[in-house]
Write a protein that binds this ligand. Structure first.
Ligand SMILES: C[S@@+](CC[C@H](N)C(=O)[O-])C[C@H]1O[C@@H](n2cnc3c(N)ncnc32)[C@H](O)[C@@H]1O
Length: 296
């Protein structure tokens, strides 16, 4: 569609072809105006530059590109995250694993004390520092949300994608969250004997060839964040098998997985010797996270 410069902002907004929320987000992005300014400046004519920018944004959205990639941002756990094609767009469902991890981190060890984790070698952290590992951090959503909420925790986040790690690092800095980032395929870059109270992961879990990969937002997201190129459970199996070597006695492994994988993941956890194996439901009532403790 060709948006005419000189048309009032209110008239342009009324004529845009997307749903009202998306129309407003793209109009704000094209003009640099806030939601309130769109109303207070509704009579102002759109400049030629704004009209051209808006045309481009609307065309991208009409081609199916996720709105989060178009504006480059997504809110997660009350924090603002930069997102782009190198990272999965953080989903509201993933807030569940953050809440479960926060509930399971040891309390009152170093209340509210900020740790200079990025300068301290891991083996020199005070022994009683709570520790969390986020495996496959993507945008850094889980790690940054935990580190922001519990600044006394030593949070480590890893990913196999250097481009994702760059985005995650920027998100940690922008949100004032101290996170140690590792470029690693699952456990490869972790030192032997490096232990965590909680390991959390939202790994790729869509099976190769699954129809969902060719639908909706997923068409635009990094394939390595979505599928394990196998049966959907291979990354989950690797993490379940390797975590006992990096969990303190009684430490928790928490795994986000597909809507139909909870039973299989619970079986994998139980077979590997985890206890208190259970699943938790997301807001839609779907078993979305499964986990257990490893006693040693
Ligand atoms: C589903 S995304 C999760 C991103 C983020 N944690 C979230 O919840 O929004 C999975 C992430 O796992 C990463 N990943 C895939 N294979 C990996 C591997 N072998 N080792 C480490 N990370 C891997 C991907 O690059 C991607 O960032």
């Amino acid at each position: 569609m060709a948006i005419q410069p000189g048309t009032s902002i209110a008239a342009v907004q009324a004529g845009l072809p997307l749903d009202p929320l998306e129309n407003r987000i793209l109009l704000c992005h094209a003009t640099g105006l806030t939601r309130v300014q769109l109303i207070t400046q509704g009579d102002r004519p759109l400049t030629p530059d704004e009209a051209a920018r808006l045309d481009d944004l609307v065309a991208r959205r009409l081609r199916g590109e996720p709105i989060a990639y178009i504006v480059g941002r997504r809110e997660f756990f009350g924090l603002d995250f930069q997102v782009g094609p190198a990272v999965l767009i953080p989903r509201p469902d993933t807030e569940l694993i953050v809440e479960l991890a926060l509930e399971r981190l040891p309390q009152e060890r170093l209340p509210q004390e900020r740790l200079p984790q990025d300068r301290l070698p891991q083996d020199r952290l005070p022994q009683n520092t709570p520790r969390l590992l986020d495996m496959g951090t993507g945008s850094g959503a889980i790690a940054v949300a935990v580190a922001h909420t519990r600044p006394d925790t030593a949070v480590t986040a890893l990913d196999v994608s250097p481009d994702a790690l760059a985005v995650a690092q920027a998100n940690a800095a922008a949100n004032g969250a101290r996170v140690r980032f590792l470029h690693s395929s699952w456990f490869d870059a972790l030192a032997a004997g490096e232990m965590f109270d909680v390991i959390a992961s939202n790994p790729p879990y869509i099976a190769a060839g699954d129809d969902h990969l060719a639908q909706g937002d997923l068409r635009f997201e990094p394939v390595g964040a979505l599928t394990d190129h196998a049966d959907g459970l291979s990354a989950l199996r690797t993490i379940i098998a390797g975590s006992p070597r990096h969990l303190v006695p009684g430490g928790w492994l928490l795994l986000e997985h597909g809507y139909d994988q909870a039973e299989a993941v619970r079986a994998l956890l139980a077979d590997a010797g985890y206890t208190e194996v259970q699943s938790w439901c997301d807001l839609a009532g779907i078993e979305r996270v499964s986990g257990g403790r490893f006693a040693h």
